[in-house]
Design a protein around this ligand. Sequence first.
Ligand code: URA
Length: 423
Amino acid sequence: MDAIDVIVTKREGRELSSEQIAWVVDAYTRGEVADEQMSALAMAILLNGMGRREIGRWTEAMIRSGARMDWSGLDRPTTDKHSTGGVGDKITLPLAPLVAACGAYVPQLSGRGLGHTGGTLDKLESIPGWRASLSNDEMLAVLRRAGAVVCAAGDGLAPADKKLYALRDVTGTVESIPLIASSIMSKKIAEGTGALVLDVKVGSGAFMKNVETARELARTMVDLGTDHGVTTVALLTAMDRPLGLTVGNALEVAEAVEVLAGGGPSDVVELTVLLAREMLAAAGVSGKDPADALKDGSAMDAWRRMIGAQGGDPDAGLPTAAETTQVTAPSSGVLAALDAYQVGLAAWRLGAGRARKEDAVSFGAGITLHAKPGDVVREGQPLLTLHADDPSRFDRALEALTGAYTVSDAPAPLLPLVIDRVT
Ligand code: URA
């Protein structure tokens, strides 16, 4: 087999054979196919697409490039959620312990943020002592003790994706539905979960800017999960405005803890409960309703056990940024829009995110929202508080927010929180 043949097949818009796919993914993982060859192939896939059979084979080859975890020895079903990423999306934090408190195991391998979207591991690392890297044995021990574990994927899990994703990131080949779907699903299938709920975000702050492409991505991922024996459901949810009232690592942890204590912003609570119900139903677990587990303290107990089992102190104070500044309403009226992408970009510029994989994040940096689209505001009232360790970051963050919010006489149309469900 030869890399040029594979590239030319896809460049000419023809279907790759199972043998070509198995060979090229394996040879790339071993270093026999060079980065420049794989980037040409990724571009041909982006431009010419892949059929369902090809996507399935491609995903299979990425799973086979590493280990597949196995939780069949556990005494309860496993279930997980994956979000395609957004601004203020801290849902995993209350969701994983909540689902554990309702009777399923949640073995979640998660990621760090890159660009304007946050990463779950960065958020949790703002808790003093908390460790993201666990061995498989440690992961199992945390699962048994707390019912939920959220940690980093080891190098042995879908290594082909690790290499390919880094390459796509620098070759303009991220925005391909076959490549995104196979990248996400190879990791989730290799993680070994029995059931999976996908939260496919739609809007300016998401990968998928419109409902049609989000639906196509959801459909592709649900089919891949189902074909691999994982009960998979997808919700399409709004990311035209930030989720909740905080964007930034420690700020979002504090908001997640409010939700676990029975409070928190209504959109975060609603989505957390909805996703928890979906995760439990997909795993075939019935019994306690997630809304009750948020009220009776059992979800908070599971959170404390989960954080403690990974070395974190759930009672420790969270880091705060040294400096703050406020954005105020320019006039009185209704806050008609608050653009998710621009808020995410501003939080990133404040230090909440990283420009390169090896950069450190500022745990206290980010943005607090004092109003959400649809709220009535008065001229001069605070709309946003910006948090940063270094005040020289405020100017560029404020620049990112130019035109991000409008105050008018009437509310503007917003996407519904839950747009669609794909099974
Ligand atoms: N997240 C992933 O893991 N892979 C992609 O390709 C895009 C988002």
